[in-house]
Ligand binder design. Structure first.
Ligand code: E4P
Length: 288
């Protein structure tokens, strides 16, 4: 299969398993990148096997394992991007995040470092950009958080910064997560096109099609969904495509001044805190 000519959105795989990378490349004929996170690394079959044998990792071993996984993925998509997420709980400092990010960025030539959209995460991102690193700002659930990412990373070049709004987790709460994608794309259009919108927490083919229609720069989707998309010969939404939002509650658009000092944006959102906790718990569950 070849990449559809009218497909501008980059397609990433959301997975911590290099075998899935191989299978998707074989099926689609291309893959633009991959995103990983602590939960996905925990789901890696080798990690699962080890846990089933009752053998957890030491702190050093788990970082070695994560490095091995992303190195393998990176070699499969040398021209793509591979997102690697730092460990962060609510007490992790800017310094601690940045130190991890710097180390992880050195693992492979095509890394984007994932930091949470919290004060410490944004400060770590600001430092990372100044140090010439690339970042993917994760656990985005509000337009204000996306505005803060835009404001913190001024001076970065296109391709160096992604923002990851989590569609599925908003849907799970009865809110129309795709509205957030639509609003961030619209808000960023009033500035420059430096920060790329990466639709994450994708759960359905309808999410994929609507994200393409909305002009999301990137979509990261789990293996099962990319496989189904490939098996259906890579459908692209026509002008007549209407996203089935069903009973999901609409999220209203907010008018936001992108030039505001980022420290003035409201970064708080319950799902960001919960997401941070879940990633930290999943990571800690791997360590003895
Ligand atoms: C990828 O960057 C995100 O971490 C991922 O899409 C989250 O997905 P989930 O909400 O299904 O855990």
């Amino acid at each position: 299969m070849i990449r559809p000519q009218n497909l501008k959105t980059k397609i990433f795989l959301d997975s911590g398993d290099p075998n899935e990378t191989r299978e998707i490349i074989k099926l689609l004929g291309f893959l633009d990148g991959q995103t990983t996170n602590p939960t996905l690394i925990g789901k890696n079959p080798e990690a699962q096997k080890r846990l089933a044998e009752g053998k957890k990792f030491t702190k050093e071993e788990i970082y070695d394992f994560y490095r091995g996984v992303v190195k393998e993925i990176s070699a499969l998509i040398p021209n793509g991007s591979v997102s690697i997420e730092v460990y962060a709980d609510k007490s992790t400092s800017t310094d601690e995040m940045f130190t991890q990010g710097k180390e992880m960025f050195s693992w492979i030539p095509n890394a984007h470092i994932k930091y949470p959209i919290t004060t410490a995460g944004l400060e770590a991102a600001e430092r990372s950009i100044k140090a010439g690193m690339r970042v993917n700002m994760t656990l985005c659930f509000t337009q204000e958080q996306a505005a803060a990412v835009y404001a913190t990373t001024r001076g970065a070049n296109k391709g160096e910064v992604f923002v990851s709004p989590f569609v599925g987790r908003l849907d799970d709460k009865g809110k129309n997560g795709m509205d957030l994608i639509k609003h961030i794309v619209k808000m960023y259009a009033s500035g420059d096109d430096r920060v790329e919108v990466l639709s994450a927490s994708v759960r359905s083919m309808a999410h994929v099609l609507y994200a393409i229609q909305l002009g999301s720069d990137i979509i990261t989707a789990p293996f099962k969904i990319l496989k189904a998309w490939g098996e259906q010969s890579l459908p692209i939404p026509g002008d007549d495509f209407v996203y089935p939002a069903k009973e999901l509650q609409a999220i209203p658009y907010q008018k936001i001044d992108l030039l505001k000092d980022w420290k003035k944006f409201n970064l708080a959102y319950e799902l960001t805190d919960k997401g941070l906790e879940r990633f930290a718990d999943d990571w800690n569950a791997l360590i003895m």
